[in-house]
Design a protein around this ligand. Structure first.
Ligand code: B12
Length: 219
């Protein structure tokens, strides 16, 4: 099992799509948790980013990496039907203004949906006003923001500020993910940060269940 996972990291770093897809299918057949497989590919993607930084890969290679990732996500999510559904307003999710990175967003949304949460995906390069409008429209309690470039930190901050101006900050928990850390969280004024898509499920459960006395419905 470990050997397959190691091979997956290497195949992704080499941008060998056929090998990556083959290994993912094998891994799924062997019963490896799909998210473990996605995490290995993410490690491979990080290596692609490092090689890009060194000038060994080009922008076109980053695009290839993202296409491979999307194909893998499609395979992994194919039979990912939610077993429960929670009666909460949708979680608002989007990649913030100026940023178009959406692979991590798609994975995290997939995991949340698989875990029973309704998610409203606003897409990429989403202006702060669109997040605020969505919170108003759906009466949502949680906003998830993805950002991977330095400029996205200002967009996140602007989103939090607009929520405040709209009088919605008290009712809304803001979670950020992507290339973020505690310093970014403080700068943006968000409530939580995470780079672990599995952790966000527990976090959302905790937030929504601690404020609402509801039970999950089995579907
Ligand atoms: C693929 C890629 C691209 C693709 C994106 C395709 C797409 N559809 O997403 C393309 C080629 C388009 C691209 C473009 C650019 N990119 Co780029 N890209 C990457 C790369 C290699 C991988 C990113 C990725 O998808 N990782 C895999 C996913 C799964 O990881 P993730 O996003 O972190 O998500 C995980 C967690 O963070 C979490 N998560 C994600 N969102 C959320 C949200 C919440 C709420 C939570 C809780 C969790 C969570 O869940 C995921 C799974 O655990 C990174 C390198 C790196 N080290 O990350 C550079 C990188 C992010 N890019 C970079 C740059 C500079 C650019 C460009 C500016 C390049 C250019 N000169 O044009 C443009 C920016 C365009 C724009 N305006 O956004 C830099 C950013 C540096 C910086 N600090 O600003 C990086 C770091 C590369 C580098 N130099 O090292 N890029």
């Amino acid at each position: 099992m470990l050997k397959l996972q190691k091979m997956l990291v290497g195949a992704m770093a080499r941008l060998d799509e056929a090998m990556v897809i083959n290994l993912v299918k094998q891994g799924l057949k062997m019963g490896i948790n799909p998210y473990v497989l996605l995490e290995e590919i993410r490690t491979g993607t990080k290596k692609v980013g490092e090689l890009y930084n060194k000038g060994e890969y080009f922008l076109s290679d980053l695009i290839v990496a993202s296409e491979i990732f999307k194909d893998v996500v499609a395979i992994v999510m194919q039979d990912g039907v939610a077993k429960v559904s929670y009666p909460f307003p949708p979680i608002i999710f989007g990649t913030v203004e100026e940023d178009i990175h959406d692979i991590g967003k798609s994975i995290t949304i997939g995991i949340l949906s698989y875990s029973g949460f309704e998610v409203c995906d606003l897409g990429v390069d989403v202006p702060a006003t669109a997040f605020v409008d969505a919170v108003k429209q759906f009466d949502s309690r949680i906003i998830c923001l993805t950002g991977l470039i330095t400029q996205s930190y200002d967009s996140m901050k602007k989103t939090v500020q607009l929520l405040e101006e709209a009088g919605l900050r008290q009712q809304t928990i803001v979670i950020i993910g992507g290339l973020v850390n505690e310093t970014v969280r403080k700068y943006t004024g968000a409530d939580y940060w995470s780079t672990d898509c599995a952790q966000v499920v527990e976090l959302c459960r905790h937030i929504l269940f601690s404020t609402n006395e509801v039970k999950a419905e089995t579907v």
